[in-house]
Design a protein around this ligand. Structure first.
Ligand SMILES: Nc1nc2c(ncn2[C@@H]2O[C@H](COP(=O)(O)OP(=O)(O)O)[C@@H](O)[C@H]2O)c(=O)[nH]1
Ligand SMILES: [Mg+2]
Length: 227
């Protein structure tokens, strides 16, 4: 599981806009039509490639906490990207964007990349929010914007990957001062070592490190495990 960068993402927005479905579509390429808060996973992960580099996206889902407005600081902590989601068939979810944005800006790193997502683009006949309105909101608040459908998978890959590209560019430009980022993301590295000796010697080593987001992870293995 070698990768150059680990980015933490969070997904925010009103209940029912499709946050958990977007995550499931991105990580598992499937759609779960039944609305059941209890099926919400707490986070998912997937590897992507940008500029020839392997990047691991670790995506946190609210798992229903958002309905109680009890999203905690630790949810935002260390996030490099946020997907702010509304439902194009429910204007109230669009009207609440300002509150979500204030919350996010208050609790997160000021360089966090925010992608505004108008989800359920497959439900054109029930649309209440025009695409132009989403675009205008994004422009006004300096966000990137896409309409997606977690049901048909339209633009789902693009939303997650374009966010990562923005983060990656910021790192290249030196906007994120990686050495000074203090975050509490814990990365578990499972290192599998297979010795060249005969008979083969196999061992698992688990080590827990605090890794700032965007930080390069370099692992060295020897027969004593991870160094
Ligand atoms: N038609 C359609 N339904 C969706 C889409 N995304 C989510 N849903 C449905 O919307 C409901 C809420 O989705 P969920 O992911 O649980 O929302 P969350 O509360 O934001 O996590 C579920 O019944 C989903 O099946 C979509 O893109 N299109
Ligand atoms: Mg959910």
């Amino acid at each position: 599981m070698a990768y150059a960068y680990l980015f933490k993402y969070i997904i925010i927005g009103d209940t029912g806009v499709g946050k958990s479905c977007l995550l499931l579509q991105f990580t598992d390429k499937r759609f779960q039509p039944v609305h059941d808060l209890t099926i919400g996973v707490e986070f998912g992960a997937r590897m992507i490639t940008i500029d020839g580099k392997q990047i691991k996206l670790q995506i946190w889902d609210t798992a229903g906490q958002e309905s109680f407005r009890s999203i905690t600081r630790s949810y935002y902590r260390g996030a490099a990207g946020a997907l702010l989601v509304y439902d194009i068939t429910r204007r109230d979810t669009f009207n609440h964007l300002t509150t979500w944005l204030e919350d996010a800006r208050q609790h997160s790193n000021s360089n966090m990349v925010i992608m505004l997502i108008g989800n359920k683009s497959d439900l054109e006949s029930r649309r209440e929010v025009k695409k132009e309105e989403g675009e205008a909101f994004a422009r006004e608040h300096g966000l990137i914007f896409m309409e997606t459908s977690a049901k048909t998978a339209s633009n789902v890959e693009e939303a997650f990957i374009n966010t990562a590209k923005e983060i990656y560019e910021k790192i290249q430009e030196g906007v994120f001062d990686i050495n000074n980022e203090v975050t509490f993301t814990t990365l578990y590295i499972f290192c599998f070592f297979k010795a060249q000796s005969s008979p083969p010697l196999e061992s698992w080593t688990v080590k827990d490190l605090s890794v700032p987001f965007g930080c390069r992870v370099v692992c060295h293995c020897d027969k004593n495990g991870l160094k």
